[in-house]
Structures are given as structure tokens and as C-alpha cells.
Design a protein around this ligand. Sequence first.
Ligand code: TMP
Length: 207
Amino acid sequence: MIRGKFITLEGGEGVGKTTNLTFIRDYLQEHNIPVVVTREPGGTVLAEKIRHLLLDKDSEIISEQAELLLIFAARAQHIKHVIEPALAQGEWVLCDRFTDATYAYQGGGRNMRISTIEWLENLVQGNLRPDLTVLLDAPVEIGIERARERGSFDRFELEKISFFEHVRRAYLLQAELHPERIKLIRANRPLVDVQSALIDVIRTLLR
Ligand code: TMP
């Protein structure tokens, strides 16, 4: 059995992840590729419960350490029960956010130590890394505006603009550090242009 490919989609708030996730899924299915679409934090019953705890803005103050550990706890469940089994069966996994989000939000946004995140990444993931990561990038104000149009904010969306500037910078740094894996796509332009750039990137995996 040929192992499936692991694709992750990343970006700040309101960059159009959901629309483009659906687009990539449809494109893969048109090419007869079995694809499992999932998300982080989440993707299993327990991990979705952890997601709920993380996004709940009415909870007690969640410490940075607790936040980081909850994210990796959810990730451990997700990898064991969804991602690994699917890849092993030859299915492709398309995941809305993964560990680059931890480098961006907890590393960049919360200013946590990168070496701590790396340590947890190695512990929880072993050798598992995405085969391809699409990073949708747009100026922070544009994304926040789009997210605002969607309605109520979760615990992360309530952060200050400076938090999202740090998130964006950390994402761009990840892309610089891993140019072979992370493909940067500018998202503040017409959807057709974004999607033709997406096809160019996805095609390289189909060969
Ligand atoms: P989403 O609503 O865009 O799917 O993401 C949920 C929130 O979780 C989003 O604000 C980013 C945050 N998040 C982290 O802070 N660290 C992570 O590792 C992941 C996967 C998400």
C-alpha cells in the first residue's frame, strides 16, 4: 500500500482557509484521490472537546503552558486515531491547521520558547511532518475584518492586533525555514488567482 500524502493548510484569521480547503478537497477528489478532511485542534471526539475548551472565551484564564499542552494532547489523539491510520491506508489527509499554527500562535503570538515547541513536536509526532503545507498570507487588518464579518469571536480572535502581527511574522518565518515544504500563497487577491496558485502547488504532489 502506498502511503497517502499529508497536506496542511495554514494562515491567520480570515485568510480564506475554509473556502480553499474545500477547493483543494474537490480538486483531489476530481483526481480520484481518497481524501480525509480534518482540522486542529480537533478531529477526534476527545480532541474536539479540547478544542472547545481552548476556544471558550468564558473559561478561567488559561495559562500559556496549559494551552500549549492541550493543543499537543489534542494533536496526539488526532495523529493516533485519524491521521496515521488514514495515511497508512493510502488515503490523503487534508488538515485545517497543524503544528505550524503552534509555532505561529504559541511561539509567535504568545512568545513561548521555540525549543519547547520543538521538543513537544518530536515527542508527539515522531517523524510525522506534512508533505506539503499551504500558507495563506494576507495583511492582518484584512483578515480581522473578514473574521469580524463572520460574527462572534472565540478566545483567540479576541486577541489584540499586535498578537496577530506576531502570528503572521512567525508563519512567514516558518515558510522561510522550510521552503521545500511550506508554499506561501498571497491571499489578498481575487479568489481565482489564489486558486490557480493552489493548483500549481497541489499538482507537484500529484506527479
Ligand atoms: P480555526 O478556528 O481557524 O480552525 O483555529 C482555531 C484557533 O486555534 C485559531 O485561532 C488558532 C488556534 N490554534 C493555536 O493557537 N495553536 C495551534 O496549534 C492550532 C492548531 C490552532
